[in-house]
Structure formats: structure tokens, C-alpha cells
Design a protein around this ligand. Structure first.
Ligand code: FPP
Length: 265
């Protein structure tokens, strides 16, 4: 539920938008489905991979914004399990782009204090991309200003199946008693273990689906859908998403907090 309609902020500059943000109400964790790269390229008569390459600039800007605002966790959906169905040429180009990104960006991530981690069936990646994933994970493991999680060959259902399989094994081995299983215990088996659930999910390009992303973790997340294509989703667009988020009334299933104690209590 949103609060009363706010005055239009479309004409405001980036610094004016930042000034409108309430630092106490910023999300602790943002998740993003970066969609629309292909359409961005096709609209310009460019090959689809040009859209992915341009999308990397948006990734950079959003990481920097999170770092500047003190948002501690950012999880981005870079490649889903379903994306393996794309033409081999696009998959190869995306993997190369990932590798080049990690290679060229490692120092910048370290400088920003960002810890990088991949989730998903990462073992399915080509060996050279996987080597870079592991290298950047190692080199940034000590950093804690921003937790950057990149979902690669990721699917939410298989993440849950994998967690349940390992939990069942631990039960079989006598390490866990079935009666002790609760939400917190199960969460410890998910690949996002240790991260707070996302407060805000952003999906670009006008699609309004979750597409098998963080199915467990998004239970109470606020959703922000924008028609903007991912390569056009830069700092300003991210600020608009944050301002929209700050106007939400998050109740987590409870009733609204009364402004005054109800009479008779
Ligand atoms: C969806 O757009 C986007 C992807 C499948 C890949 C996202 C990847 C990047 C932004 C670059 C790589 C990321 C990192 C972290 C190095 P789409 O191709 O489905 O667009 P469409 O719906 O318009 O076809």
C-alpha cells in the first residue's frame, strides 16, 4: 500500500532527489532483475550483446550508488538457468562479457570495499569465467562495505531443492533433528545464507514477473517494476526507485501502526 500521492519529482536533479531520501528508511538489501538489454540493442539496430555491454554500465552505476548511500547488499540476476536456452553465440558472448567485467572491475570493487560472491549453479560456467568468479570472490572476501551477489546460472526452485537435499542428508547423518527444522534453519542452507532478505526488488523493461529469482527470499519484499530498459537504468532511475520504495507502508502482514493509542487501551 502506498501513502498519499506525492508531488511530481520528475523535474528534480540527482542531488535534489538524494536530498529527498530518508537515510533511516533506505533498504538494506536491493535485488535486481536486469531486463531489456536485448530490446535496447534491437531498438538501435545493434546486436543483442551490445545491450548487455551497455547494461554493464548500469551495473557499475547502481553499485556505486549503493556504496555511496551505505546500502549494504545488492543482488543482481545476471544469468538464469533458463538463459542456457539462448543461442550459443549469445551465451558465449555473455560469458566473455562476465569474464571481462570481473577482470577489469576487480580493483574498482576492492576500492569500493565491495565483496563479490556468485550464487547459482556456478560450476556450469565455462572454466575461464569460473576461474575469474572464484578469483574475485577470494580477493574481495575480506571486504564488507557492500555485499555484491551475482546470480549466475541461478534458479530459485533449484536453490530450494538443493537446500532441502543437503538438509535431508544432515538429518540422515543425525546432525539435525527433523523437529528442529524451522525457517531460520532452512535459510541457513540457502545460497544467500547470512544476507538479510531483500527489502526492494527492481525489475526493468516492463515485465512484471519474478522469473524464478530468490523465491524464498522475496516473501515480503517490495516490488518496483519500471518500463525503463536495463541499459537506461542509471543512477537517476535508481534514485526514483528508492524514493518510490520509501513511500511504501511495509506491514509484513500486520495491521497499520496507529498514530495514537486506540481509546480503551
Ligand atoms: C536480460 O535482458 C539480461 C540478461 C539475461 C543478462 C544481464 C547481464 C548483464 C547486464 C551484463 C552482465 C552482468 C554482469 C554482472 C557482468 P534480455 O537479454 O532478456 O533482454 P530482452 O528481454 O530485451 O531480450
Amino acid at each position: 500500500m502506498t501513502k498519499a500521492a506525492a508531488p511530481s519529482i520528475d523535474h528534480l536533479s540527482e542531488s535534489e532527489l538524494i536530498a529527498l531520501l530518508d537515510p533511516a528508511l533506505l533498504p538494506k538489501h536491493i535485488a535486481i532483475i536486469m531486463d531489456g538489454n536485448g530490446r535496447w540493442a534491437e531498438l538501435r539496430g545493434l546486436p543483442r550483446i551490445a545491450g548487455h555491454a551497455e547494461g554493464i554500465k548500469s551495473v557499475r552505476e547502481v553499485i556505486t550508488l549503493c556504496r555511496d548511500l551505505g546500502i549494504g547488499a545488492l543482488t543482481i540476476y545476471a544469468f538464469s538457468q533458463e538463459n542456457w536456452k539462448r543461442p550459443v553465440s549469445e551465451i558465449n558472448a555473455l560469458m566473455l562479457l562476465l569474464e571481462q567485467y570481473l577482470q577489469s572491475e576487480m580493483d574498482a570493487l576492492i576500492e569500493k570495499g565491495a565483496r563479490f560472491r556468485a550464487i547459482g549453479q556456478v560450476h556450469a560456467l565455462p572454466p575461464s569465467a569460473l576461474n575469474w568468479v572464484r578469483k574475485v570472490e577470494r580477493e574481495t572476501a575480506h571486504l564488507d562495505k557492500l555485499m555484491l551477489t551475482v546470480a549466475l546460472s541461478y534458479g530459485g526452485r533449484s536453490e530450494i531443492v538443493d537446500a532441502v537435499r543437503r538438509l535431508a542428508q544432515d538429518c540422515k547423518d543425525g546432525k539435525v533433528q527433523p523437529d528442529a527444522i524451522d525457517e531460520t534453519l532452512l535459510e541457513g542452507y540457502l545460497s544467500t545464507q547470512g544476507l538479510p532478505d531483500p527489502d526492494l526488488l527492481i525489475r526493468t523493461s516492463g515485465e512484471t514477473r519474478i522469473s524464478n529469482f530468490l523465491l524464498w527470499q522475496l516473501a515480503y519484499t517490495e516490488m518496483y517494476f519500471t518500463p525503463t530498459l536495463w541499459p537506461d537504468f542509471r543512477r537517476r532511475e535508481a534514485l526514483l526507485a528508492l524514493l518510490d520504495y520509501q513511500r511504501r507502508d511495509r506491514r509484513f502482514g500486520a495491521v497499520p501502526t496507529p498514530h495514537f493509542p486506540p481509546s480503551g487501551l
